[in-house]
Design a protein around this ligand. Structure first.
Ligand code: PLP
Length: 424
């Protein structure tokens, strides 16, 4: 058995960090809340592996929560980053990498006529909502429980308790007015969407959805539900926003929109589009996108937007994504899923976990869950599984409701290694 149990330096660094950083981390899920392990400080990474400050190595299935579809430190991205770095790293002015990335995407996704780059998925969603409100001249946004759209005020809203269906902020610090303009509905319920349109007849600006909800587990939707959302928004002059920050360039180049042949009015991207550097994007038809400043009156800006290093990392990444790439990536995922399920079902280590966990997958995303258990049980069981896997040198995203990501670096050799680690 590989000994990945010494994590003393990580523990020390984390203790120091908690004194000067809230929770010791710069994004909540990195805090390992609900787990028995303290956060691991990563020193470096390559391909499918991360290495911590105590010199343990792990097969990485967190993959920075999605951007690294090529794996860590892809040699082509690294080389192009060096070339770009030699020239400079920010100008606050027009430059060519961003034009190339825009063209590369627009040439391959038919409904996109224009695109604007920014720094994160959150910014992309924030801008998409502002655009939808400006274009439709309406106020309310429908979102769904179980979807995550970043941390802008209007998206930190959850379904209210009881029968009132009045929404509630899911964070402190959100003004009442913002809560009032966001409607939260359950996924998959056409009837409630219809009733909501009846009730707020002329004031629904847009529906926003992750067409593949992958931030609260992997909640694969019935295609008919998504088609219904397309039809009902069209019928009421509201916009349909697909938040493809995870699914874009991940499930196939054109994301769920291409896979299911459903065209949204506005799409948001993030994660893979920056190849591991900070990029978000809003895209759609020119008639909507032209409303953005400086042509239109919808304001959006960014000091470091379309940063040339981020643009070249994204461009180099996207250029490697073709049909053959996705076939390979998905077949690796299927093998990894089967390997894990064999382990979850048959190993003596897993017999000690109270609830039976299984791995499901969709293209190159996976989720470890349990069909019959409550969420408290799943989280408790996940914490046990997480410990078992960390000790074996396998790193999952540190929360039961985060999905796992497979990269093209998780190849045959890594799968053999994974098998050995699991069965050791
Ligand atoms: C990650 C994510 C976001 C937020 O993106 P950040 O870059 O973390 O701000 C928004 N929507 C979806 C669907 C995401 O997966």
């Amino acid at each position: 058995m590989s000994d990945n149990n010494n994590r003393n330096i990580s523990s020390e660094l984390f203790a120091e960090s908690t004194k000067i950083v809230p929770g010791g981390v710069h994004s909540p899920v990195r805090g390992f809340k609900g787990l028995n392990t303290t956060p691991i400080f990563i020193k470096r990474a390559a391909g499918a592996y991360v290495y911590d400050v105590d010199d343990n190595s792990y097969v990485d299935f967190c993959m920075s929560f999605g951007p690294l579809i090529l794996g860590h430190k892809d040699p082509d991205v690294e080389q192009e980053l060096h070339v770009a770095l030699e020239r400079g790293w920010t100008y606050g002015a027009a430059e060519e990498y961003s034009l190339k990335l825009a063209k590369y995407i627009i040439d391959r996704i038919p409904f996109i006529e224009q695109i604007r780059f920014m720094n994160s998925g959150t910014e992309a969603v924030m801008t998409a909502i502002r655009l939808a409100r400006a274009y439709s001249r309406k106020n309310k946004i429908i979102k769904f429980s179980g979807c995550y759209h970043g941390h802008t005020d209007s998206m930190l809203i959850k379904a209210g308790s009881g029968v009132t269906q009045i929404a509630d902020a899911s964070s402190k610090g959100i003004p009442h007015g913002v809560v009032a303009d966001t409607i939260v509905l359950p996924l998959g319920n056409c009837d409630l969407v219809e009733k909501t349109f009846e009730r707020f007849k002329d004031d629904i600006a847009a529906i926003i959805i992750e067409p593949l909800p992958a931030n609260n587990g992997l909640l694969i939707q019935d295609t008919n539900f998504l088609r219904f959302l397309r039809d009902i928004t069209k019928a009421h002059d509201a916009l349909l926003i697909f938040d493809e920050v995870i699914s874009g360039f991940r499930v196939c180049f054109g994301g769920m929109s291409e896979l299911l042949k459903i065209t949204p009015d506005i799409v948001t991207y993030g994660k893979v589009i920056g190849g591991g550097l900070p990029v978000g994007a809003v895209a759609g038809p020119a008639k909507i996108m032209q409303m953005l400043a400086p042509v239109g009156d919808v304001y959006q800006a960014g000091t470091l937007s379309a940063n040339p290093l981020a643009m070249v990392a994204g461009l180099t990444t996207l250029k490697k994504l073709n049909q053959n790439f996705y076939e390979k990536l998905n077949s690796y995922t299927n093998e990894i899923r089967d390997t894990f399920n064999n382990f979850l079902n048959h190993s003596s280590a897993c017999a000690a976990i109270d609830c039976k966990l299984e791995m499901i997958s969709y293209q190159s995303l996976f989720w470890i869950t349990s069909a019959e258990q409550t969420s408290a049980n799943i989280s408790r069981s996940f914490a046990k599984l997480f410990d078992i896997l960390i000790a074996k040198g396998i790193y999952l995203a540190p929360n039961a409701y985060e999905v796992g990501f497979v990269s093209i670096a998780h190849d045959k050799n890594v799968i053999i290694k994974l098998n050995n680690l699991l069965n050791d």
